[in-house]
Ligand binder design. Structure first.
Ligand SMILES: O=C(O)C[C@H]1C=CC(=O)O1
Ligand SMILES: [Mn+2]
Length: 372
């Protein structure tokens, strides 16, 4: 008789950011993580995490709603069920709850961590094994000030902590953003790949003008220039420009990926465990994208270490990560709630070893930052 799920706790944790992080829809001074702790009847614990950006500014789930979803709706469906029946439990949750993929991602992560600990295997091994132990990671320059961003980029290049940068634009007039981006690209030159994320802020004609300017400035990739549901605009822009587009908010799950690819989109996709509903679901998106010839990128919702590591185990198993990853979330936070933080070096990060996720909660830090 396999162990069953004994308890599930969803804990809100607030950690300040190292500097304000400015996106087109919100400026972050703090990140809130929902940490899931799941105990089975043998006393093993699985952990998971869900985050979003700026409360309700990024999408329909907030940290508080994720906690409520887990406490009120998911826990009663999971308690007493076999802990290793991950696929059966997913079907059970999906029958009872539409959407809520952030909450589902935290639960799927905790179940996978628990299974890894039970089998004494790292999570990537449960997914067929890692192809790479070192994973490239870019950094987002989003201080809101061009010179601060240039100084930050030069320091990180010198430290070999990152050699790719993503700039957050879209909240200012187009040509102000273009000047900001061009100045940063000119300062780093060929030493760095510079990409932008518009987070849906442009209409199609602004995007067309913007992409022409950004292409001339030497930018390598434009992320989600137009509103998430406007697939025809993404397809037309992708067909009009050589500068590739990275679809982010437009594609949450494998079905979105299929629809966008069928509509004629070419470019790349930001995989995120949060959007898809967990590491297993994000890999399904990757499969559809790969079949359609769309490039892969390991995306973040600015998770802390637990959510970032869950993602890294999944990205480590992909044949090709055409655009690398952005799993830098822990570095944006002033502190961490795990015993051993991730090791960022050589423009990337080392995949942790150890059973499950391979990370342990630091109880003192959790007590310090948890919401009461
Ligand atoms: O990509 C997003 O939309 C969200 C996120 C990822 C990196 C970052 O700075 O913000
Ligand atoms: Mn994005």
């Amino acid at each position: 008789m396999s162990a069953t799920i004994h308890s599930i706790e969803a804990i809100l944790v607030d950690i300040p950011t190292i500097r304000p992080h400015q996106l087109s829809m919100a400026t972050m001074a703090v990140q809130t993580m929902v940490i899931v702790r799941m105990l089975d009847t043998d006393g093993l614990e699985g952990i998971g995490e869900a985050t979003t950006i700026g409360g309700l500014a990024y999408g329909p789930e907030s940290p508080e709603s994720v906690k409520l979803t887990i406490d009120t709706y998911f826990a009663p469906l999971l308690l007493g069920q076999p802990a290793d029946a991950i696929n059966t439990l997913r079907v059970r949750l999906n029958r009872a709850a539409r959407g809520n993929n952030l909450a589902k991602s935290a639960i799927e992560t905790a179940l996978l961590d628990l299974l890894g600990k039970r089998l004494n295997q790292p999570l990537h091994q449960l997914l067929g094994g890692a192809i790479r132990q070192h994973i490239p990671v870019l950094w987002t320059l989003a201080s809101g000030d061009t010179q601060t961003d240039i100084d930050e980029a030069k320091r990180l290049l010198a430290e070999q902590r990152h050699c790719d940068f993503k700039l957050k634009i879209g909240s200012r007039p187009l040509m102000d953003d273009v000047r900001h981006v061009a100045a940063i690209k000119a300062a780093v030159g060929d030493r760095a790949s510079v990409r932008v994320d518009v987070n849906q802020a442009w209409d199609e004609s602004t995007a067309a003008r913007g992409m022409a300017e950004l292409q001339a400035a030497g930018i390598d990739l434009v992320e989600q220039p137009t509103p998430m549901k406007d697939y025809p605009a993404l397809v037309r822009l992708a067909q009009k420009f050589h500068l590739p587009i990275l679809a982010d908010e437009a594609v949450a799950d494998a079905s979105d990926m299929f629809t966008l690819a069928s509509a004629g989109f070419a470019g790349a996709i930001a995989l995120k465990i949060a959007k898809a509903g967990g590491p297993l679901q994000a890999l399904k998106v990757a499969n559809v994208a790969s079949a359609a010839g769309i490039g892969l990128y390991g995306g973040t919702l600015l998770e802390g270490t637990i959510g970032s590591v869950a993602s890294l185990h999944a990205w480590a198993t992909l044949d090709t990560l055409h655009w690398g990853t952005e799993m830098f979330g822990p570095l944006l936070l002033k502190d961490d709630i795990v015993e051993t933080p991730l090791h960022f070096h050589n423009n990337g990060v080392a995949l942790p070893e150890g059973p499950g996720l391979g990370v342990t909660i630091n109880e003192d830090k959790l007590a310090e930052y948890r919401r009461h």
